[in-house]
Design a protein. Sequence first.
Length: 315
Amino acid sequence: MMNATARIMLSGFTNLSEVEPQPISITKQTIFQENTAFENFLFTLAHQQPEQAIRLLNEWIETLPSYDGTTDGSDVVLPGVKAPIDIPSHWAEKPVHFIPNGFANPKAPRLIYIVRNQYFFCQEQNLREWLWKVHGTKSPQRILDIGCGTGTTTFVYGELFPNADVIGIDLSAPLIRFCRDWKAQRGASKVFFYQENAEVTHWTDNSFDIVHFTYVLHEMPQENARKILQEMYRLLKPGGTFSAMEVMYDETAQEREARVSRSRAAEPFLEEYMHLNLPVAIGDTGFKYIKRHYDCKFPSSDGMFLTALKPNTRE
């Protein structure tokens, strides 16, 4: 529950509900429910008054279900892979999105899950429309979703291509455990989740027909982002499709600087991401036919959709 100090802090805010909603208890049985009024309130507050939001978040997150498992993560790695996997140093040193201990926090899954209703490419209906728009004529056998988070994109791929094996990977063991629970509820028999470091995975070259990520590379230094792009190139079959939904790379330096300034507190690596220039970095990796997609509904203010192909070595 919000304490008296928190209520006083919130009383003068604008663009927020006049009646501050109370947190509702979340359990593993109710964790897949839609966002509560308090969670939407907290999300709005984080954009307007992050310092106050952090105080409430730290109090609230302690009440959430915990997705603990084996200490070394051996319950979530690929069969035959020795745990623990290597974790990039930035992931632990600079937690993002105000989350205490970052995505490694075993109580973080609900907090990540509710974001799917806040950003354009986290919403299932938008994912379904755009993924079908570029992949609908294909018949992939294996699809890899990098940085799968709570699995929304992974499940959409599984529904669009029910005959394909769809694999979601993430550095966060708690998120992989959450995804597996959601998989059981959704009955997604051909969707699989594993803890993996996307910079150096355990699959052989040319293993996937589609490799994809959604809102991932802006969460890390440039060096790590480039390693993931290189790994995606290695894993993709010649002629296969790369696709990505990411934070908007704005057209002008002024717009990019403004976006960084607005999000600096929650996104410590966003400035590095803007200097990366993702469309150019994709080409530097070796991908061809890079396309940034637009139509009458797009771009949204928070995301862009990119595709590219791995050249066919027989050409």
